[in-house]
Design a protein around this ligand. Structure first.
Ligand SMILES: [Zn+2]
Length: 157
């Protein structure tokens, strides 16, 4: 009797776990770009900018890495939450093509008026992706400025 009960319980637990996992899965795409920037606030004096940003007030470049996470249920027809090739295409069209090998202070109209810190880049990248993806899918955008520094924007945070 005890054995029978255990045997019967196992499929229930497995079935429940599978359904729980299937309700929401996170997937991620990573892209990279090279760009130049200088950190300075035009409303402040040169001395104040130097004090705030140090060497970063000089024009310099980074090998940026952009990570984009989306989350949703698995489409039973494809087995995908979202086609990562399609996500890559959206990231390229909305962001990479405009910023790669550019000066972020002067060359990108949709960054006009922003100090191009990793924080501000993550925020604007999130906005540019949100409008191109199915509602509720985008979860997180992280911008790596160096291998030690990143900034992240989370949906709903
Ligand atoms: Zn920098």
């Amino acid at each position: 009797m005890a054995n029978l009960e255990v045997t019967e319980a196992v499929p229930d637990v497995v079935g429940r776990a599978a359904r729980t996992i299937a309700t929401s899965v996170v997937i991620s795409r990573r892209e990279s770009f090279n760009a130049a920037h200088e950190l300075r606030n035009p409303d402040l004096s040169e001395a104040e900018n130097r004090r705030l940003y140090g060497k970063c007030a000089n024009l310099h470049g980074h090998n940026y890495v952009l990570e984009v996470e989306v989350e949703g249920p698995i489409d039973p027809r494809t087995g995908y939450v979202f086609d990562l090739k399609r996500l890559s295409d959206v990231i390229s069209r909305r962001i990479i093509e405009d910023v790669d090998h550019r000066n972020l202070n002067t060359d990108v109209p949709w960054l006009d008026g922003l100090i191009p810190t990793a924080e501000n880049l993550a925020l604007v990248f999130m906005e540019r992706l949100r409008t191109e993806l199915p509602e509720g899918l985008l979860r997180r955008v992280r911008v790596w400025e160096t291998d030690k520094n990143w900034a992240e924007v989370r949906e709903g945070a």
